[in-house]
Design a protein around this ligand. Structure first.
Ligand code: KG4
Ligand code: ZN
Length: 327
């Protein structure tokens, strides 16, 4: 079995995955969202302190598996340096005491493997990764063979939901609450401009849209609940139209048979519906992870680690380091 740890941001999570069957045997995640909500975003120092409290609590529940653990996998990048370190230090301690190797996992690769927690891995696939830190289209060709086709030039898709939510005082994380408000709003009330609409660039940009929303809120002065619903709906429509506009260009230039959406924001049902229509239009099969595995979790890290274990991609626990990298 492999024990995996995820602590790249504000979710403390540990999983145990059986190597031979790739079956998830144990998975627990404790989210810190409510602790960060009052600050309107993740406070790294607080997040690290909370990981230090919660990871050992979850680990205790996995003790029965210890004799059968053959390696410990941990997210080493990208992420917040102080929070990654909590997971890495725990992985080191476990590896040294159980005398087993470590496996460092890239968080973004982990998100791709969230698709395979309940099934066999399948490549090649074109993957849209939409999370709080990233917006990328990836040509996923196989284990460790991921090539970026397009990415954001500034803010990420999920981050723009968080910022709009903050501007409207709707709380953190913004994605789920903006989606909820949008459901009851008029998506045509505000005519925000679709970013990079006239640009041939295959890239994304969300900072301009965020500013359009900010200016609109300023003009409204003190938006009431219906104004907020309409802003959320109009913003969500344009944010998704931007993704769809650039994805269409990609679909036109590549023969895509299998397309997937992963990352925290792939839980957005409005986006899922739009992408489904896109895939149907191009005869591509759409792959999605279960809603519970879209946001950060250790199950996806464990699933990726099983593939790494089979390829003996081990690391000396003493040499295990987190390599946080901004996008
Ligand atoms: O993958 P994830 O859990 O963490 C990162 O790796 O960043 O993604 C979190 C991001 C946050 O920005 C959150 O607001 C966004 O995903 N998100 C959503 C939704 N649920 C989560 N964005 C839009 N709609 C949602 N329903
Ligand atoms: Zn993530």
């Amino acid at each position: 079995m492999i024990l995996s740890i995820e602590s790249s941001c504000d979710d403390s999570s540990i999983a145990v995955t059986q190597i031979k069957t790739k079956k998830l045997l144990f998975h627990k995640k404790i989210s810190q969202e409510s602790d960060h909500a009052k600050y309107g975003g993740v406070v790294p120092e607080l997040a690290a302190r909370l990981h230090a409290e919660t990871l050992p609590k979850i680990l205790k529940q996995t003790k029965e598996y210890f004799p059968q653990i053959k390696a410990v996998a941990v997210t080493t990048n990208p992420g917040l340096s102080v929070t990654l370190m909590e997971g890495v230090v725990m992985a080191k301690a476990l590896c040294l005491s159980l005398k087993i190797p470590a496996i460092g996992i890239n968080h973004l690769h982990g998100h791709i493997y969230s698709l395979f927690i309940e099934k066999e891995s399948r490549f090649p696939m074109t993957v849209l990764l939409v999370s709080g830190g990233h917006t990328q289209v990836i040509d996923a060709r196989g284990f460790d063979d991921f090539r970026i086709i397009a990415q954001t030039m500034d803010d990420s898709f999920g981050e723009s939901f968080d910022k709009v939510s903050k501007m409207l005082s709707l709380g953190y994380p913004g994605g789920p609450v903006v989606e909820r408000y949008a459901k009851e709003g008029d998506e045509r009330r505000f005519d925000f401009t679709v970013p990079l609409q006239n640009s041939p660039k295959i890239a994304f940009s969300y900072s301009g849209l965020k500013n359009q929303v900010r200016l609109r809120i300023e003009t409204l002065g003190d938006p009431d609940e219906q104004d907020k619903r309409d802003i959320c709906a109009s913003f969500q429509r344009v944010a998704c139209e931007h993704l769809l506009h650039k994805l269409k260009k990609i679909f036109k230039t590549r023969r895509i048979k299998d397309f997937a959406v992963v990352g925290g924001a792939s839980a957005n049902l409005y986006l899922r519906e739009k992408i489904e229509e896109l895939c149907n239009g191009y005869g591509a099969k759409l792959h999605l992870a279960s809603l519970e595995y879209c946001s950060d979790n250790a199950a996806m890290i464990g699933r990726n680690a099983v593939e790494a274990f089979e390829r003996e991609k081990f690391c000396d626990p003493l040499e295990l380091v987190s390599t946080p990298k901004s996008r």
